[in-house]
Design a protein around this ligand. Structure first.
Ligand code: APR
Length: 327
């Protein structure tokens, strides 16, 4: 008998809750929502409350999914996929990098627990600063690199396509594009390779207008933080669940993910076992990152990629200073 996929979401806050809702709505599997007790309020159990509330959407939304909320990793045992959203989100005026100190400790602790309770899981990290947090999760879990990845590109590409579709006055479904690099303001959109169903976007929009969409996508997270006082959750969750779906349905989707690279895109040439996680196009299936798709960047693209890579390395340097055992 086939069993449903088991998907644990660590951190039942804004992104975690929305991920759980979307996973259930798409019937991708059963969901375990994990969070921590709130200090001074031992009577509360937020993940249990969220799971109960979400479960009662089932009859209306017509999904069959078991949704459990817990403080205990025993309930996550043998998960197929674990999404890590635990950690602090940004407040106005903060960059993603400002979260590194606190979130590195949280993600390290979470990944150690996940490795013990679900040794065969595929981990998708969402906590920021993303590229460094994936590295922490990789080291702390001890998992092979193809079973650890970060969600960033799925979101950044979605933002990029949305702004282009608005500018072009066409359906968001008909804009194709890819984006590389770290999940920071120096991410690398690829306007030369962006199209409307194969028609180069450069033939449809002026360079200024394309550039405005590129810049808005890069700063898209910050724009939401300024408006809401905290970071986004709907689009980050949508990007994350796109990855979960590709994995549990073994779809071989090509999605930009923070994946482990050495020679790929000049991330860390020849550095056996000492690579970094950077946003690159990946084939996602039941084994995790099944393949990284490499293609030759032009001089300008590689220049921006190099800047982004060096930023990722700097951030990883901060985490390994804090936790030398992760180096
Ligand atoms: N274990 C489990 N959950 C934890 C832990 C921990 N050690 N530490 C914190 N959490 C929980 C918090 O209690 C909170 O419920 O993580 C949750 C985070 O939720 P939000 O504060 O709503 O933040 P969210 O918007 O979901 O963002 C989470 O993803 O995109 C990134 O920058 C964002 O780092 C942030 C993370």
């Amino acid at each position: 008998m086939m069993r449903r996929a088991k998907i644990s979401v660590i951190g039942a806050g804004n992104i975690g809750g929305e991920c759980a809702r979307s996973i259930a709505m798409k019937e991708l599997g059963d969901v375990v929502l994990v969070d921590i007790a709130i200090k001074d309020k031992p009577e509360l159990h937020m993940p249990k409350g969220k799971a109960l509330d979400l479960s009662c959407c089932g009859p209306v939304e017509k999904f069959d999914a078991k949704i459990v909320g817990t403080f205990d990793y025993a309930d996550t045992a043998n998960s197929d996929v674990v999404v890590i959203t635990a950690g602090l989100p940004r407040k106005p005026g903060m960059s993603r990098d400002d979260l590194v100190q606190i979130n590195a400790g949280i993600v390290k602790g979470v990944a150690e627990q996940v490795a013990k309770s679900s040794p065969n899981a595929i981990i998708i990290v969402v906590s920021n600063p993303l590229d460094a947090m994936v590295y922490v999760a990789w080291k702390a879990s001890g998992f092979p690199a193809h079973r650890v990845m970060g969600q960033a590109g799925a979101l950044d590409v979605a933002r990029y396509k949305t702004f282009l579709a608005w500018e072009l006055g066409v359906s968001v479904e008909d804009v194709q594009g890819m984006l590389l690099g770290g999940h920071g303001d120096d991410m690398v959109p690829l306007p030369n390779r962006t199209s409307v169903n194969g028609i180069p976007v450069k033939e449809l929009l002026s360079a200024e207008k394309i550039n405005a969409c590129v810049e808005r996508a890069k700063a898209g997270g910050g724009e939401v933080v300024k408006l809401m006082g905290t970071s986004a959750w709907y689009a980050p969750s949508a990007g994350t669940v796109e990855m979960v779906e590709a994995i549990v349905r073994d779809k071989k989707r090509v999605i930009a993910c923070a994946a482990y690279c050495e020679d790929e895109y000049g991330v860390a040439p020849g550095a056996k076992g000492k690579g970094y996680f950077v946003g690159v196009p990946c084939v996602l299936g039941s084994k995790g990152v099944e393949r990284i798709i490499g293609f030759k960047l032009d001089g300008e693209e590689q220049k921006y990629m190099d800047i982004s890579i060096s930023h990722v390395k700097e951030l990883v340097g901060v985490t390994t200073k804090l936790y030398p055992e992760l180096g």
